[in-house]
Design a protein around this ligand. Sequence first.
Ligand code: FMN
Length: 212
Amino acid sequence: MSNLDFIYKRHSIRRFKDEVVPLDDLQEIIKAAIHAPSGKNDQNWHFVIIRSKEKINEIVNVVEIKNEQIAAKIADKDIKSFFTKVLKYHTAFRNAPCLILIYAGIYKPTGLEEFKAINESKEAIQELLDTAPGIQGVAAAIENLLLAAASLGYGTCWMTGPNYAAKEISDAINFKKEGYSLMALTPIGLPLDQENKRPHRKSVEDIITVIM
Ligand SMILES: Cc1cc2nc3c(=O)[nH]c(=O)nc-3n(C[C@H](O)[C@H](O)[C@H](O)COP(=O)(O)O)c2cc1C
């Protein structure tokens, strides 16, 4: 047993038992999520919790329709067939008892106004924007959410695949918050099977540079 087991315990779950996730547990999980750090402590996140299976499957439908509409316009056969084939990874929340949508609010990177004030180049400004600190904070909250859920025995799957239907998803649930955009979603529920598939990880040696 290691103190880091709560990290190794989490893996993406795409099939769930037909059991409701109690609101208390969801609140505990969101509480853990919002203990994540955020730039300037801006906490530019918002979570929409959907506990209606009917609504969740309506969102599945919305993604399927959008996928079909996009695919219908694609002339290249390979691109089209790939996009259709991966649809199941964009609807992996099908039949989940709960779905959490994660929205991010506008966040101005430190230095942006200053770069503009000194007429920095477009490239330098873009490079600064590319660091997306506002998204980094929300991503930290998402990871906290997944780890907290796993610690309580729930399965989740961080998903950005359905984002091409972001507008349609928000419309379907009639959710609008000024300045906020859908970043990701995750189903949450008791895992249907205790699959312990561990997708390959690069070795630590391959992904670090140590400077002495
Ligand atoms: C930003 C992000 C987006 C992802 N989008 C999807 C997705 O749309 N559909 C899906 O089935 N899995 C998605 N995943 C899950 C990854 O496929 C999964 O994390 C990866 O294969 C490693 O497996 P593990 O989570 O079980 O460790 C996403 C993960 C991340 C971090």
